[in-house]
Design a protein around this ligand. Structure first.
Ligand SMILES: [Zn+2]
Length: 106
């Protein structure tokens, strides 16, 4: 049984799943940790719960590259106009406060 390393972690299970999909789709045997714990968000401090993506240590370098690519599918993260939290470009609503991220023209 080989050792595993964390190549990505997120407070958002959905984001971790996106990364997991990118890795497994490329043939990297990745798996998630803490997914069930993250489902309890609300009962535990939000920042304390991060879903981690693990891969075998021998796949770490390739996995990290895939993670970097998966993390920027449609542009860089953008800050929330209301609370300034950074959100993935694909998000329409702020994960932190729920504000709409699509800035109105003007
Ligand atoms: Zn916000």
């Amino acid at each position: 049984m080989s050792a595993e390393v964390v190549v990505f972690s997120s407070a958002w299970a959905a984001e971790a799943h996106l990364v997991l999909g990118a890795l497994t789709g490329a043939g990297v045997p990745a798996r998630l940790r803490n997914e069930l714990v993250a489902g309890l968000a609300g009962e535990v401090p939000f920042d304390a719960v991060r879903v981690e993506v693990l891969v075998p240590v021998e796949e770490a370098a390739r996995a990290q590259q895939l993670v970097d690519e998966a993390r920027q599918p449609a542009g860089a993260d953008r800050p929330c106009p209301a609370c300034s939290e950074s959100n993935p470009a694909a998000f329409e609503l702020c994960w932190s406060c729920g504000a709409e991220l699509t800035a109105p023209p003007g």
